[in-house]
Design a protein around this ligand. Sequence first.
Ligand code: HEC
Length: 147
Amino acid sequence: MKKLTALIALACTAAAMPAAAQFAKPQDAVKYRQAALTVMASHFSRMQPVVRGQAPYDAAQIKANVDILKTLAALPWAGFGPGTEGGDAKPEVWSNAADFKDKQQRLIDNVGKLSAAADSGDLAKVRAAFGDVGASCKACHDVYRKK
Ligand code: HEC
């Protein structure tokens, strides 16, 4: 039992290791997060024509893309670890870390809701949830991204 507890403690420590430890240099973390944000933005914005009614709604295609977006929405944040200030990120990312984390979670939650909407196959629901995801991008950029 004691051994098991120690093992769990070890696993938790590994999971909580500073994100910066995953990157050899701070610049690598900046590159990683910018690349992850770029790919995430691509999988978000490619749904815009469907949401705007400029392209036909293919529920399976939207669902497949939302699944990818769901994975991608979890990625950029590991690249904002301690000591990785720079890029177009404002210093507030690090000085308001708790709020920055809340805004990540808001995005992740809204992408979860978009996923449920995509499951429903109801374009009106997808449209509303897509708008909420977009609002959570903007809410973070307004405060934490340099223009
Ligand atoms: C929790 C805050 C946060 C959320 C949520 C967020 N972003 Fe960002 N985003 C940033 C920050 C900070 C930067 C600047 C990163 C840098 O340059 O180091 C950025 C940069 C970007 C970039 C530029 C990447 C590059 O190549 O320099 C794109 C594109 C982008 N975000 C798109 C999005 C989209 C689309 C969403 C929503 C689906 C989103 N972001 C949600 C904080 C956020």
